[in-house]
Ligand binder design. Sequence first.
Ligand code: GTP
Length: 369
Amino acid sequence: MKAVILVGGQGTRLRPLTVGVPKPMVPLANKPFVSYVLEHLRQNGVNEVVFSMGYLPDGIKSYFGDGSDFGIKLTYAVEDHPLGTAGAVKNVEQHIQDGDFLVLNGDILTDLDLRALVEFHRQKGASGTISLTPVDDPTAYGLVRTGAEGEVLGFLEKPSWDQIDTNLINAGTYALKAEVLDMIPAGVEYSFERGVFPRLVGGGLFGFSSDSYWMDIGTPEKYLQAHYDILEKNVRTAVSVCLNEDYVCVEGDVRLEAGAKLVPPVIIGAGSVINSGARVGRMAVIGPGCVVGTGSVVEESVIQADSMLEEDVTVRRSIIARGAQIGPGTVVTAGAVVGEEATVEGNNVLANNIRVYPGTVIKAGTIRF
Ligand code: GTP
C-alpha cells in the first residue's frame, strides 16, 4: 500500500520554530519529526511514500533522499502554490494506483494501528475512512458524528456544549479508494475536511475510532507535550529503546563534568557538554553539540542542537531552537520559545509564551517579565 504524507503547510502556529525549518524537519527528541511518521508507516507494512510538499521543500528532500536509508521508497511532489489537503493529494494522482491508499497529515505523532484501519476500511467497502480520536475538550475542534456501523453521519465545527454528542475528532489519517480523487478539482485549493468529506457523507464515508496515542505537534505547547510523552514512553517510538529502563538516553559521546546531574527522564545529544553543578531533567531533551553551563538548570524543556547556555541559566517549560545563545543568569520559562541563532544576553527573564525570532539579539538585562 502507498501513503501520501502532507507536509506542505507553513506551520504558522509553531513559529518561530518553523521560520527557517519546515514543520516536518523540526527535531522531535533530536530526529526530524517526519522521520517518526515514516518509521510508523514502515512498521505497519507501508514501504512506498509520496511526500506532498510546498513550503521549504529542499531540506526534506536532501535529508531523506530516495528513502533507502529509511527502508522506504520515497517520491516527492512540490506545489508552486498551496493546494490544501485534498488538492495536494490530487496533485500526486499519477503516483497513486487503483485500489486503496493512505493519506497522513505530516504533523501527527501517533501509534495508531494502520493495518487495523485499512482492514476496517476494506471490510466496510468504504470509499473513505477517517481515523478518529477522542479529545477532552470537544468545543475546540471539529467533531465527527458516527452511526452504529461507524458510518459518518456529519461534522460539527467547534460546537457549543449543548450541541455536543460525541468527543471524536478527525485524527488526520485517512484510508481512501482511488476513485475519491475524481471528486477533487485539479490545480486549485481544496480541502478534505471542508470539501471532500462533507460531500461523501452518506456515500461510503466511515470513521475508525481508536484510543491510540495521538498528538498534533502544531503548537509550541503540543511540541513540548510530545517530548514529554516520548520521554515517559506514553507513545512507542525508536527513542523508547535508547531510554531503556532508567529513562536516560545518551546519544554518543557526551561530557558530563563532575557534579553535573541528569534527572530522568532525559535525552542528551551526541557531543554535548554538561558542566559542573548543572542539572538537566527531569523531562529535558538536549540536542547534539550543546553546552549547558555551570550551575544551569534545564527542566521540562527542549534545547535544540548547537545551543549554548552559559552559567546559571534556567530553562523551564520552554524551547530553545538550534544555535541559540543564552547569557549568564537568564531565565527562560513558562512557554517561552527562543528562535534559531538568537542571542539572549545575561540577566533577562523571558516568560509568558514569549517568542523570540531567529537571529534576534536581546541585550543584557532588558526584559524582566
Ligand atoms: P498552521 O499554519 O500552523 O495551521 O500549520 P499547517 O500549515 O501545517 O496547517 P495544518 O496543521 O492545518 O495542516 C495539516 C497538514 O496538512 C500538515 O501536515 C501540513 O503540512 C499539510 N498541509 C496543509 N496545507 C497544505 C497544502 O496546501 N499542501 C500540502 N502539500 N500540504 C498541506
